[in-house]
Write a protein that binds this ligand. Structure first.
Ligand SMILES: NC(=O)c1ccc[n+]([C@@H]2O[C@H](COP(=O)([O-])OP(=O)(O)OC[C@H]3O[C@@H](n4cnc5c(N)ncnc54)[C@H](O)[C@@H]3O)[C@@H](O)[C@H]2O)c1
Length: 256
């Protein structure tokens, strides 16, 4: 289950799940290119991991801007000669019902969550075709399968990815292995933001939520990072076109 020496891109790699992936892959000896719109955090993470002897490069990339996505892939090729795998993890979250959303909300959520994944795939395909191999892991969400209250836009964006994963698998069979990674409730800044709408103190709220999850705890970014490292490795070579669930059993619960 090794990704040692592999050239790996992570988007949204400087916070939450993506930061967990950046740290874990670096510790496993991968050559990591981590990208996001958090310049300060990205540079600090790069410096910290380089000081610890790891091969990590931060590249500022807005996933909604095609030229920047193309440049990200190009930079990884220039740095490491190839790209072995990518974790397409950058995501935007917004709460509300359809009546409350305007075009800006649509463009933000669909732009990052759907178009961002689409663009990364588009610019990885020629590299993977030329190499004859490559892995793309796309972060979905339990929101793709459950109608969370006041989450129409986010849920729709994550559902779109399930179809995208299938189509990429078919269209680029033989040289690109695409897999979905579906986290449940993971303790990250995005989750903390979603908890702001509740009256309860966050610790109390998290403890209550943890009790509802069959494994009785929230997920941590490392849980997702370990699964992602496996999916990137050759040991996962027969997993393609489907989604690996990492939700502590949440989706097994009855609806009432
Ligand atoms: N935390 C959870 O409970 C949970 C559950 C299911 C799925 N997810 C998904 O996991 C992924 C990571 O979420 P997280 O919880 O770690 O959130 P987070 O807010 O901690 O991190 C999101 C990352 O995406 C980056 N990003 C946002 N917009 C971007 C853009 N335009 N271009 C490039 N990067 C951009 C941010 O800079 C940040 O690094 C997201 O796709 C999210 O939808 C999270």
């Amino acid at each position: 289950m090794s990704i040692e020496g592999r050239s790996i891109i992570i988007t949204g790699g400087t916070s939450g799940i993506g930061e967990g992936c950046t740290r874990h892959f670096a510790e496993l000896g991968a050559k990591v290119v981590t990208a996001s719109i958090q310049r300060e955090e990205g540079e600090a993470l790069q410096d910290e991991l380089r000081d610890a002897g790891h091969d990590v490069t931060f590249v500022y990339t807005d996933m909604t801007d095609e030229a920047q996505v193309a440049a990200l892939v190009q930079r990884a090729v220039e740095l490491h000669g190839r790209v072995d795998g990518a974790c397409s993890n950058a995501g935007a979250w917004i709460e509300g019902t359809v009546e409350e959303f305007n075009d800006r909300a649509w463009d933000l959520v669909m732009g990052v969550n759907v178009r961002g994944n689409f663009l990364l795939a588009k610019h990885l395909v020629p590299v993977y075709r030329e190499q004859g191999e490559g892995v793309l892991i796309i972060t979905t969400s339990t929101a793709a399968y459950v109608g969370f209250p006041a989450h129409a836009l986010y849920c729709a964006s994550k559902s779109a990815l399930v179809a995208l994963i299938r189509c990429l698998t078919k269209d680029h069979a033989g040289y690109m292995r695409t897999v979905g990674l579906c986290p449940g409730t993971i303790d990250t800044p995005m989750l903390a933001k979603s908890a702001e709408g509740f009256d309860q103190p966050i610790d109390e709220l998290y403890a209550e939520v943890a009790q509802k999850i069959p494994v009785k705890r929230l997920g941590q970014p490392e849980d997702v990072a370990k699964a992602a490292a496996f999916l990137l490795s050759d040991d996962a070579g027969f997993i393609a076109g489907s989604t690996v669930f990492l939700e502590g059993g949440t989706l097994a619960l009855p609806p009432w």
